[in-house]
Design a protein around this ligand. Structure first.
Ligand code: ADP
Ligand code: MG
Length: 857
């Protein structure tokens, strides 16, 4: 108002107003009062003005750009006119009341259409309506159709001025109210908007006042705390977050309330029992009311992702560091940002110095361009990067490496996220490759040469092996011959001794006969007989070794046989060897030559004794044994069945496997020269095999040896045995004719004499043909006694021919050895028997008599 007071009224029609008309119109607009419905306060004002000034008309006129509009009107009858019809427009230039006593007389209003036309106005008095900041908006005026040269009385002027101020005040109030409403609406709208925004954000948002009471909360409180936003507002932090969390938050609360922005991570237990990781930010408000804003982000996923990332990073680094190769990695644009320690160890460059593109510089200058080219190609296309190039080592030496890299792509988008690469030192391979390429020819030549040399060596070796085989064979042969020589020598020696005994005894006998001293004859005869018997035993043994001796198989009770040997064995063994015998009840009988079995047991006992020079235990056992197919599977020629087993065990030195393997070999001995012949086991082998049995050795070095003889079970009866043993006792004076065919004159004479002495008639011839002739001429022959081994026609052939004529002819063969297998025991035709040389005269006579007296004669 003070400004307007200083203003000088222009009062001159057409004068330019002293205000900016645009600003004035804007100010008028700000009141938003044009074209509004009537309002009582303004209506009252014009009525009071009309009454106070006693005029028929009064108006509250607001002067707009090209019109004037009446907020209140009395007596005029229109709500608005053009601006040209506005007298108030002039009033606005006045500080105080403008009174125009006769409008027709004033140049500003004389042509006013309301003056010149209806209602024919003549008098005007108006007071401007000026806004608090000095902008005139219009006027409160009174009008009359008659002029008033006297103007307005003072009270009317004062009233009009006061009313104008009232109207203006009313307008200001009205405007302020409208503004407040607008502000309120805007505030409400912005609050709605804020809620929409905060609810839409994935963040817990609240405003908390200085008393720690929630003033605002977004809807996430419902999911975080199970509280609706409107229920949060008005509550305290302590109530909402709970006692424990509140205690934890107190220091932060204190800080934010002291004006400091606070950021902290915490965990928030949810209403569903789960726990979320939260990052909380307290921001002090700038409002003078104090308090703060709260923003909380759920970082559970982020934490988990971070942990996963850290974990995978750790794994990657662990793997990358543990690799023997150099490992590196780049961003999708190819910028190197990782190398493992191998890289730095190899290149010797400072850590981080090859990040970015620095790597290329330590490539060999000749390889740099190509490496770049391939790397750029890989980056552009996503193809695998692969190149062999020379990389400078820490010592300045370039070494060939194989560089390889592959892109790692995003599973969803396929976009390359990283490149992972390796460098492998292949210098040795590359050089080998080069050498190989260069020297292939040389190498091939070398190989050919070497191969030829090898072949030559091989041939030489083969030849040497063959030669060695021959030499060994020859050596074996010569050893064998030597052994045979030794044996022969030994036998010859033994034989000479025996012959000396025999001839010596005979000489003495002759001398005594000549002296007529017959009393000592029997003693010399006994001596000769003993020597002869020993000689017979010797030949028998030799033949057994040659497996040529005719076995006199009989039903044998092995346990009785072993028991009968007890005395002999004890004498043979030293006193340091304990002998134990073990027999089985109801032992089966076996069929074999008892003398041979005895001999075998004796030999085994001697071997055992030799193996126990410091003494030990010798155990001989007999047992019934049934061998099934599995038990004999390993032994060629052995058959399953029932056997009588005679085993001889010792606790001696035992035999290593190679000795066991050769023990049965004739002449194989480990004993010193003269101590062993190597024939013991071989003889036993021959005997057992001939008896249709088999033999086994079980031996452990240092523990002892068991040799087991398996002799087949014999089903023969005791009666048979009785008969056999009774046979030699059946002796009687002989009757009948015996034809003796024997080429050895001494033997022929001896046999002849013995038979004649026994009472038989004897025809003695020297060979087969003579024998046959004798048979033809002398039909009285009851028995033929013939040597098997005759010159020309042998005994067997002669007998065959004779039997063709005389089928029942009885024959007793005399044989030195089983030269003919058909003569094996038990295989002779009925009426034929056999006796082995040498034999006792008594035994021979008994046999002949038994044959002649048996049925069929
Ligand atoms: P000799 O007894 O004359 O050596 P043998 O044929 O009886 O010949 O035995 C051959 C070899 O078998 C013996 O030299 C010895 O090495 C070994 N041998 C035989 N029986 C036994 C045993 N009971 N303990 C240890 N070794 C044995
Ligand atoms: Mg022996």
């Amino acid at each position: 108002m003070s400004r307007s007071r200083d203003r000088t009224p222009t009062g001159v029609p057409g004068d330019a107003p002293c205000w900016d008309e645009h600003a004035r119109l804007a100010a008028l607009d700000a009141y938003a009062i044009l074209d509004t419905p009537p309002e009582a306060e303004f209506e009252d004002a014009v009525q009071i003005a009309r009454l106070a000034c006693r005029t028929p008309m009064a108006l509250v006129s607001l002067v707009a750009a090209d019109r004037q509009w009446f907020k209140a009107e009395a007596g005029l009858g229109v709500r608005e006119t053009g601006r040209d019809a506005s007298v108030c427009a002039y009033t606005m230039g006045w500080e105080g009341l403008l009174v125009i006593p006769d409008l027709t007389q004033d140049p500003r209003t004389a042509r006013n259409p309301l003056v010149t036309g209806p209602p024919g106005l003549r008098f005007y008095a108006g007071h401007p309506l000026v806004s608090p900041d000095g902008m005139p908006l219009g006027a409160l005026c009174v009008l009359d159709t008659v002029p008033r040269p006297e103007g307005l009385p003072e009270e009317a002027r004062l009233t009009l001025a006061a009313l104008a101020r009232q109207v203006m005040a009313r307008m200001d109030l009205r405007r302020a109210l409208a503004e407040r409403d607008r502000a309120l609406a805007a505030a409400e709208a912005s609050r709605r908007e804020l809620r929409q925004i905060t609810d839409g954000l994935p963040v817990l948002i609240a405003t908390i006042d200085r008393d720690e009471i929630y003033r605002f909360a977004n809807r996430h409180y419902e999911t975080w705390f199970g509280l609706r936003a409107e229920d949060v507002v008005g509550r305290s932090v302590r109530e909402v977050v709970g006692e424990a969390a509140y205690a934890q938050r107190r220091p932060y609360l204190a800080r934010v309330l002291a004006g400091e922005a606070v950021l902290f991570d915490t965990t928030v237990p949810g209403p569903d029992g789960g726990v979320r990781d939260a990052r909380v930010r307290y921001l002090p408000t700038t409002e003078p009311t104090g308090g703060f804003h709260l923003l909380a982000f759920d970082v559970t996923g982020e934490k988990a992702a971070q942990a996963a990332l850290a974990d995978s990073l750790l794994k990657f680094q662990a793997i990358a560091e543990s690799m023997p190769q150099m490992v590196w990695s780049t961003l999708p644009d190819g910028n190197h940002d990782y190398y493992n320690s191998r890289w730095y160890e190899f290149t010797g460059v400072a850590s981080g110095s090859t990040d970015g593109e620095g790597w290329n510089a330590i490539f060999h200058p000749d390889d740099q361009a190509e490496a770049w080219r391939r790397w750029r190609h890989a980056l552009a296309t996503g193809d695998t990067y692969e190149i062999e190039y020379r990389l400078r080592r820490h010592d300045g030496v370039y070494r060939w490496v194989l560089g390889r890299a592959v892109p790692i792509r995003d599973a969803a988008t396929g976009a390359i996220q990283r490149w992972f690469g390796t460098c492998t030192d292949i210098d040795d391979q590359v050089r080998a490759r080069e050498t190989l390429a260069q020297g292939r020819e040389t190498l091939e030549a070398l190989v050919r040469e070497r191969t030829a040399a090898l072949e030559a060596t091989n041939a030489r070796l083969t030849a040497e092996i063959a030669e060695r085989g021959r030499v060994e064979e020859a050596l074996r042969q010569s050893q064998k011959m030597e052994a045979v020589g030794q044996l022969t020598g030994g036998i010859a020696h033994d034989f000479n001794n025996l012959l000396t005994g025999i001839t010596g005894a005979l000489d003495l006998m002759k001398r005594r006969l000549a002296e007529g001293r017959l009393d000592t004859l029997a003693r010399y005869a006994d001596l000769a007989t003993a020597s002869a018997q020993r000689a017979a035993a010797l030949t028998h043994r030799l033949l057994a070794f040659a497996r040529r001796q005719p076995l006199v198989a009989r039903s044998v009770e092995a346990d009785r046989l072993v028991a009968s040997m007890d005395d002999l064995l004890r004498r043979t063994l030293s006193e340091r060897v304990t002998l134990t015998l073990e027999t089985q009840d109801r032992l089966w009988r076996t069929l074999c030559d008892p003398n041979q079995l005895e001999n075998a047991i004796l030999n085994l006992a001697i071997n055992a004794r030799d193996a126990m020079p410091d003494g030990g235990r010798l155990h001989i056992a007999t047992a019934n044994v049934e061998l099934d197919a599995a038990a004999v599977a390993g032994e060629p020629g052995a058959r399953a069945g029932e056997y009588v087993c005679v085993s001889v065990s010792d606790t001696g030195a035992g035999m290593p496997p190679d000795v066991v393997a050769r023990a049965f070999e004739p002449f194989f001995t480990t004993k010193p020269l003269g101590a062993g012949t190597g024939l013991g086991l071989s003889m036993i082998y021959g005997f057992v095999k001939q008896s249709d049995g088999h033999v086994r050795i079980a031996s452990l070095v240092g523990r002892g040896t068991t040799v087991s003889l398996y002799l087949p079970r014999h089903a023969g009866s005791d009666a048979e045995e009785a008969e056999e043993s009774a046979a030699p006792a059946a002796r009687a004076a002989g009757h009948g004719t015996v034809l003796v065919v024997e080429d050895d004159a001494t033997v022929r004479a001896l046999i002849g004499e013995a038979l004649e002495e026994a009472g038989y008639r004897v025809i003695a011839v020297a060979d087969g043909p003579a024998g046959l002739r004798a048979l033809e001429t002398d039909g009285a022959v009851d028995l033929v006694v013939t040597d098997v081994g005759l010159p020309g026609l042998d005994g067997r052939q002669m007998v065959d021919q004779a039997r063709a004529v005389r089928p029942g002819l009885k024959v007793l063969f005399i044989t030195g050895y089983a030269e003919n297998t058909a003569f094996g025991s038990g295989h002779l035709a009925p009426g034929m028997e056999m006796i082995t040389k040498p034999f006792a005269v008594d035994a021979f006579a008994a046999k002949v008599s038994a044959m002649l007296e048996s049925a069929g004669s």
